[in-house]
Design a protein around this ligand. Structure first.
Ligand SMILES: Cc1cc2nc3c(=O)[nH]c(=O)nc-3n(C[C@H](O)[C@H](O)[C@H](O)COP(=O)(O)OP(=O)(O)OC[C@H]3O[C@@H](n4cnc5c(N)ncnc54)[C@H](O)[C@@H]3O)c2cc1C
Length: 386
């Protein structure tokens, strides 16, 4: 068993950490206040080769391992977890799908995404179903060598800034998850419109709905086989959920580091705060829990790199990491005293942003169902999940 990073991984880690510290962290709060998606930063990430880092070289990527992808995601999230959700979680899901598209799709969508020129959106959830995504109603009807799409996709990360959407739609009525296909849809296509939401956090990466009204797209924009789209989405979640967890852990770790520095220098009753167990033990507990789940994230990514299944590990970290992270950040606010509650510190923003990760890509409940299925079998589930 070897937990060490390769020379190349250490170099990437250092480079991405510097980028996050210099380019993201200083403007994290500003982007949140102004609700501005920093497109120019996406472009910089593209130029530096940070986007779609696990995309194969044949498809124009750098072909790094999923462990390296996790390192990039974690380091970026130390600077801005909200932007990382768009570029490296939604971005991962979309890039993984586009890799399975034909050459035309890769040229039109994957290449501009990797270069940081275009922002993608992953569109599975609908107003009527999220956890039970296989019940989706958006339709894609064949019309010669084209498809006509109708429906609404809701809760979509970065949809207001997206240049294209990967939309899951039903090609066969009444067949559950089996009749779903995936399509690339340019957001400026006739019949496409969007509507923004007012969210608690992740305000720079505005979520919203995308409406498809008689949107006609060529057959060649279908990704993968007809009726096999749902399986593609689920395969993507096995990795994106782990990346999302590393994205949640990073701001909690930064908050703990800041809190450790604060309680070492601030005094009460004639001694540094850190010398009171009531102050130091919560930090130790949060640090221990986060470090454990962080290791499980990397084990899960390593399993994927070995071609082994990781659904169980992805399910375990997905319910634990955002919960542990929100708990840690909340205590960091308290340990900063009344200053911690102000917007002078990024702590409150991190708390709002990390809360989103509990729901995105699957709630704690659905994550536990995945673990249950893996350790107790399908027969233990209330329904035939997946
Ligand atoms: C910040 C954020 C970003 C998102 N980004 C995207 C995106 O880019 N693309 C996209 O497609 N979607 C996105 N989503 C949507 C997200 O995937 C869904 O919100 C999520 O899957 C839950 O679906 P739902 O909201 O319809 O809740 P529901 O499915 O209605 O669930 C409501 C509650 O019931 C619980 N529940 C449901 N079924 C069960 C069960 N069988 N057992 C126990 N409890 C159950 C759930 O856990 C939840 O607590 C995002 C959501 C958020 C908050």
């Amino acid at each position: 068993m070897d937990f060490s990073l390769s020379k190349q991984q250490k170099m990437i880690q250092k480079e991405v950490r510097r980028f996050a510290q210099e380019e993201l962290a200083p403007r994290y709060s500003q982007w949140d206040r102004e609700k501005v998606y920093p497109r120019e930063l996406t472009k910089k990430m593209g130029d530096l080769g940070f986007l779609g880092i696990s995309v194969s070289q044949e498809c124009g990527g750098v072909g790094e391992s999923h462990v390296t992808e996790g390192i990039v995601c974690e380091e970026l999230s130390r600077g801005d977890c909200s932007l990382t959700m768009a570029t490296h979680v939604s971005g991962h899901l979309c890039a993984g799908l586009l890799e399975k598209g034909d050459r035309e799709v890769q040229k039109a969508f994957l290449e501009p995404f990797l270069a940081g020129d275009q922002i993608p959106a992953f569109c599975l959830t609908e107003p009527g179903c999220g956890t039970d995504a296989g019940a989706l109603q958006t339709s894609a009807e064949r019309k010669g060598r084209a498809y006509v799409l109708n429906g609404e996709k809701s809760g979509i990360t970065a949809i207001m800034d997206a240049d294209f959407a990967l939309v899951f739609a039903r090609t066969e009525p009444g067949t559950g998850a089996r009749g779903v296909s995936c399509f690339a849809v340019p957001c400026n296509h006739p019949g496409v419109s969007t509507q923004a939401y007012e969210d608690l956090g992740c305000n720079a990466v505005v979520r919203g709905s995308i409406f498809l009204q008689n949107v006609e797209i060529p057959e060649s924009y279908r990704i993968g086989e007809e009726g096999k789209g749902f399986k593609l989405a689920m395969q993507g979640f096995d990795i994106s959920r782990i990346l999302l967890c590393l994205e949640a852990i990073a701001p909690a770790m930064v908050s703990l580091e800041e809190t450790m520095a604060h309680v070492k220098q601030r005094e009460a009753f004639g001694r540094p705060l850190v010398t009171f167990e009531g102050v130091s033990f919560p930090i130790v507990e949060h640090f221990s829990l986060l470090e454990s789940v962080r290791l499980l994230c990397y084990k899960a990514l390593w399993l994927r790199d070995q071609g082994q299944p990781s659904s169980k590990e992805a399910g375990m970290v997905k319910w634990m990491a955002p919960r542990f992270s929100t708990n840690a950040i909340r205590d960091c606010i308290v340990l900063h005293g009344h200053y911690g509650y102000t917007k002078e510190y990024p702590l409150e923003q991190r708390l709002r942003d990390v809360l989103a990760i509990e729901i995105a890509d699957g709630t704690p409940q659905v994550s536990k169902l995945v673990v249950q299925r893996e350790i107790m079998g399908r027969g233990s589930l209330p329904y035939n999940y997946r």
